[in-house]
Design a protein around this ligand. Structure first.
Ligand code: ADP
Length: 405
């Protein structure tokens, strides 16, 4: 049985066709620059060479048609016809407090996506376009939407409420929502699977460290706090996002630099983070190279990042009255021993002790998972590569009862 996982951005459509029986990827790819000059479809069929197909996709529906044509293509396709696709699982961003778990797509779900355009201005419209494109191209195929915010909906009010006049929470729904929920949920499930223990009774801190980074506190398998907020700007510093700063800085800089709200937003989202701090790059690989060559600002950016993640871990241990496991995932979390070491070295008060040898071994970023803490460590520290597409495919199968068919 095959499930197509779709992840749409404003001008891109990523896809992965999975055989859910053995959870293998049959093909994956991306249509980039939809609606712009010379869009390209990059298609990677399992076991065959990657193909790059210049195309003329003017919108997401045309891009979706092209993806289907590619998947059934006689030379580089991986299925004979579209009917082999049992269902589509969509990644969706913002479901506000209306979406508590993955859902079968219907008019109500589409209306919720639309209602939340303001909270997810870049992603929600694109997610809806992706769903409508699939409805047009494959009208009889059932669909599921898996929201990035859903996993965090179990947070208690004291964790999601900002200390602003309460009427504005009621009027504008301004509160913490959190993001990367599918990733935090996947690595939490996988950790318990690896350990062979139930989720009840455990306290876990998951660190999704990539271009965007977020930390979550997870008690009994449920999220009780997370570092991203109303938008993905809050929390630790990221590639180009500033993370949490004194809110007075916003009005101060708007006055000093004469920024409009849009310019201020661009400054905090695109020009800040480790890029703004270092002046070198948003990519941690470049930062390490620069720091090794003596670039002080690159070294400072790395220190600021590690220190901030460490503070969140300390805070979340307090939020849960302890921590049993810490999990690192995503591009940086999976691949960068020095960051993991930099974060963990100040956590001895919690009983965290990582093995230098094990920590340095797990760098490959090719699905390697495992424990990096010593046997004496009071807290188990693990690396678990994230797999949001697999989580989406699993939810799709479960919600549609595809296994029973
Ligand atoms: P996104 O949030 O866009 O999915 P990723 O999770 O891929 O981003 O994370 C991107 C970050 O991870 C970059 O800073 C990059 O330096 C780092 N990274 C990704 N892959 C590797 C690798 N193989 N080795 C070292 N660092 C990596």
């Amino acid at each position: 049985m095959k499930v197509l996982v779709v992840n749409t951005g404003s001008s891109s459509l990523k896809y992965q066709l999975m055989d859910v029986q053995n959870e293998s990827v049959l093909a994956k790819g991306n249509v980039d620059r939809i609606g712009a000059k010379q869009p390209v479809l990059e298609h990677e069929p399992a076991g065959l060479d990657e193909v790059k197909i210049p195309c003329n996709a003017k919108d997401h529906t045309e891009a979706m048609k092209l993806v289907i044509d590619t998947l059934i293509h006689p030379d580089y396709g991986v299925i004979k016809n579209m009917d082999e696709i049992s269902a589509v699982g969509h990644r969706a961003l913002h479901g506000s407090d209306k979406i508590l778990e993955s859902v079968i797509v219907n008019d109500e779900v589409k209306a919720i996506l639309r209602e939340n355009f303001e909270l997810g201005p870049l992603h929600n419209p694109a997610n809806l376009m992706g769903i409508e494109a699939c409805e047009e191209v494959m009208p009889n195929t059932p669909m599921v939407a898996v929201f990035d915010t859903a996993f965090h909906q179990t947070m208690p009010p004291e964790a999601y409420t900002y200390a602003l006049p309460y009427e504005d929470y009621e009027k504008y729904a301004i509160r913490r929502y959190g993001f990367h929920g599918t990733s935090h949920r996947y690595v939490t499930r996988r950790l318990h699977e690896l350990l062979g223990i139930p989720e009840e009774g455990t306290k876990v801190i998951t660190c999704h460290l990539g271009n965007g980074s977020s930390i979550s506190a997870i008690k009994d398998g449920k999220c009780v706090d997370t570092s991203m907020g109303l938008t993905p700007l809050e929390g630790v510093p990221m590639g180009t996002r500033c993370g949490s700063i004194d809110p007075a800085i916003v009005t101060c800089l708007m006055e000093k630099k004469g920024f409009s709200p849009e310019e201020m937003s661009e400054y905090m989202n695109k020009q800040s983070g480790v890029l703004g701090l270092s002046g070198v790059s948003s990519d941690f690989r470049d930062l390490h190279t620069a720091a090794e060559q003596g670039n002080k600002r690159a070294a400072l950016a790395l220190d600021v990042f590690n220190y901030s993640v460490r503070k969140y871990i300390g805070a979340y241990a307090a939020a849960m009255d302890g921590v049993d496991y810490i999990v690192f995932t995503a591009g940086i979390g999976e691949n960068t021993p020095s960051v993991r070491e930099g974060i963990c070295k100040g956590l001895s008060f919690l009983g965290v002790e990582i093995s230098e040898e094990k920590n340095n071994k797990i760098v490959a970023g090719n699905g390697i998972e495992g424990k990096i803490s010593t046997d004496n460590s009071k807290v188990g520290v693990y690396i678990i590569p994230t797999n949001e597409e697999l989580m989406i495919a699993r939810d799709t199968v479960e919600l549609l009862n595809l296994n029973d068919r």
